[in-house]
Ligand binder design. Structure first.
Ligand SMILES: O=C(O)C1=N[C@H](C(=O)O)C[C@H](O)C1
Length: 327
């Protein structure tokens, strides 16, 4: 039985680059994956919301996972893959297929979207996935997209399920549940922030890292922010955190990932800013504003040398129930 992975540091949910006529651009994705991991990301997330995964065909999804997996293997980094469905049986099937590839460290799975099965139903859903999916799970807690809130008691119950290794906490704010969760985090259970604008205070309060779409652009700066907080350099972390919050707000001024794609295109890192419907390309003025902030970096007065990334996942003492791939 492999030990469970423990996720900390910066995980970047990559955009899916398209051509102007909306075909997948695999070379651009491979380049982006390599650049992101070279810029100190701890790992990648394939098929997140930011990847427009709802609009990808099954074949495109396989291509995206294959490209991201190759980049992660080349860099010795973990790959997390998003699996979003509100049908428990289908989710188990997808997880088993991912597990069979053998090179995915964990699946990022939202509470079942749209159905609002209640907290007991959500717990039963994850219990079934943990038992039958064959791969470590990170719970994606994002009530403003799923319609399902999770209380601290339900999160605690989820954390006790064997094979559930963490949570992407994206409740839109730092709220009472966040404070409870970070005040007494379950052992071996990673808390990763998922709201870009508040990632700095969340890591300051004890989160182990984040899954941050904005880091498609300023990867090294988001990695540095997490590293600064985790080594206790509060003053430069606060300053960088405020600067990056302004940047993230500019990137999220229109639906994600339209502005991020606009900026990556302006930087000539992807061939087109194109997004698939129902998303519409961001306004040029919005992209210009975010692109202006993409290059800036307030000088740091932190005299300490930049820490080498402490962020590749380590093994936790907990073990997967199912012998699934651990990192
Ligand atoms: O794709 C993701 O994972 C993320 N998606 C969020 C969203 O678009 O709602 C944002 C977050 O930064 C990462």
């Amino acid at each position: 039985m492999k030990p469970n992975p423990f996720f900390e540091g910066l995980y970047v949910p990559l955009v899916t680059p398209f051509t102007d006529d909306l075909r997948l651009a695999p070379d651009a994705l491979a380049r982006l994956a390599d650049e992101t991991l070279s810029a100190d990301a701890s790992g990648l997330v394939a098929l997140g919301t930011t990847a427009e995964s709802a609009t990808l065909t099954a074949e495109e999804k396989q291509t995206v996972v294959r490209i991201c997996s190759a980049a992660c293997q080349a860099h010795g980094a973990p790959l997390i893959v998003g699996v979003g469905t509100n049908d428990t049986a289908t989710a188990i099937k997808s997880l088993r297929e991912l597990a069979a590839t053998g090179d995915v460290a964990a699946a990022l799975v939202p509470a079942p979207p749209y159905i609002r099965p209640g907290e007991a139903g959500t717990l039963a859903h994850f219990t079934a996935l943990a038992e039958h999916g064959g791969i470590p799970l990170i719970v994606y807690d994002i009530p403003y997209r799923t319609g399902q809130t999770l209380s601290i008691d339900t999160i605690a119950a989820l954390s006790r399920l064997p094979g559930v290794v963490g949570i992407k906490h994206a409740t839109g704010a730092i709220d009472a549940t966040t404070v409870e969760l970070l005040g007494c985090p379950p052992p071996g259970f990673a808390v990763l922030g998922g709201d870009d604008v508040v990632i700095s205070p969340l890591v300051a309060a004890g989160a182990h890292g984040g899954i941050i779409a904005s880091a498609n652009v300023r990867t090294a700066d988001y990695a540095e922010l997490i590293s600064l907080w985790r080594r206790g350099s509060g003053e430069p972390a606060r300053r960088l955190g405020a600067e990056l919050a302004r940047f993230s707000a500019a990137l999220f001024a229109e639906p994600n990932p339209t502005v991020i794609k606009g900026v990556l295109h302006a930087q000539e890192r992807i061939p087109s800013p194109a997004v698939r419907m129902p998303l519409l390309a961001a306004a040029a003025s919005t992209v210009r504003r975010a692109a202006l902030l993409a290059g800036s970096r307030a000088p740091s007065t932190d005299p300490a040398p930049r820490a080498s990334s402490p962020t590749r996942p380590r093994s936790s003492p907990r073990t997967a129930s199912n012998g699934s791939s651990g990192y």
